[in-house]
Write a protein that binds this ligand. Structure first.
Ligand code: HEC
Length: 308
């Protein structure tokens, strides 16, 4: 009798162990659904969005001429979103918004540190002291660091190595200096190097993230930013727009925040809005999303400082 009892206890213990093992396995491989993908041709940059899947809006804002024609829509909630808010970028608005103050701040900050430690300048320019046009090539793969670098991660890296300062991504100092660096490429077409294997691998990872459902609402970025999802429809007082050319105007002044924010901080806020825990700016997953977004901005001009 005692033997049988012992036997069944062992069996019970074994069964429990097995159940725990199975559960652990299930917890390791988090189940994720994907939003249906739509065709994007990354080699066509800002024009690579098929068309209807992203609201077919490119025709209304792709250049100055198109924007000029669409001007009557400004202020009309039914149509305004089709302009992807491009009418709020520099050259299209006469308003002196606080994005310009942040830019001034960034220039001052950069010059202060570059004077004190010239290595900060050469590090940011990767040897070049004239930054004109450099930002239009970001994000890019850095073979020395063996990493994909964004403007913001370059600023953080150079502050750390040349100044021993912590200008963390998403901090005011980082956003302001990044804005200044990008402004030296304003009006120059974005040219992310799609012939680089590292960039295209990152693009594919970013694309996958764009369609992966997460969080309490089980939303992906695509759930809001494609027409199969909520694009063009009112969502908590706002209308999600197409992801094309979005990277061009970051860091941007955000009226609702009263501050400038980087592209990755915007990702974080979109995640939070959809009840998903955001990631810290600089996280490799956000860098992949930034690569994806910036490839979709290829050929569109850098447009900072801007406001949204
Ligand atoms: C719940 C809906 C929703 C989800 C999910 C969502 N967004 Fe957004 N997103 C919005 C709305 C609304 C705006 C503000 C309107 C606009 O600018 O498109 C916005 C704005 C943005 C902008 C700024 C556009 C601009 O013109 O400045 C970016 C970039 C962006 N989202 C990226 C993402 C990414 C990447 C994800 C996934 C990690 C994501 N969003 C998930 C609703 C969403």
């Amino acid at each position: 009798m005692a033997g049988t009892h012992h036997f069944s206890l062992t069996r019970l213990a074994l069964a429990t162990l097995c159940a725990v093992a199975v559960n652990t396995q299930a917890a390791d491989a988090v189940y994720r659904e994907a939003f249906p993908r739509v065709a994007i041709d990354p080699s066509r940059g800002v024009a690579g969005g098929g068309d209807a899947d992203f609201g077919a809006t490119l025709q209304y804002w792709q250049d100055d001429q198109a924007l000029e024609k669409s001007k009557p829509w400004i202020g009309n909630p039914e149509h305004e979103w089709k302009l992807n808010w491009k009418f709020m970028d520099l050259d299209h608005t006469d308003d002196m918004h606080p994005g310009y103050l942040a830019l001034e701040q960034g220039e001052k900050l950069f010059k202060f540190w570059a004077k004190r430690e010239p290595a900060f300048r050469t590090c940011l320019g990767e040897g070049k002291t004239d930054f004109k046009g450099l930002a239009a090539g970001y994000p890019k793969y850095d073979p020395k660091l063996k990493k994909i670098m964004t403007v913001e991660s370059r600023v953080e890296h150079c502050a750390k190595t040349a100044l021993w300062e912590d200008f963390k991504q998403g901090s005011p100092a980082n956003n302001q200096i990044s804005l200044y660096f990008k402004s030296l490429s304003t009006n120059m077409p974005i040219k992310v190097d799609t012939s680089s294997t590292e960039i295209m691998d990152s693009y594919r990872r970013g694309e996958k993230l764009f369609y992966t459902k997460v969080g309490q609402y089980n939303f992906s970025c695509a759930s809001c930013h494609t027409t199969t999802g909520l694009l063009g429809q009112r969502f908590r007082g706002q209308v999600p727009t197409s992801p094309f050319a979005d990277a061009a105007h970051f860091p941007t002044y955000r009226v609702g925040l009263g501050d400038i924010e980087s592209l990755q901080q915007r990702f974080m806020r979109c995640n939070l809005q959809a009840r998903t825990k955001g990631l810290p700016p600089g996280d490799p997953a956000y860098t992949d999303l930034e690569v994806f977004y910036t490839v979709l901005s290829n050929d569109y001009p850098v447009s900072v400082p801007s406001a949204r």
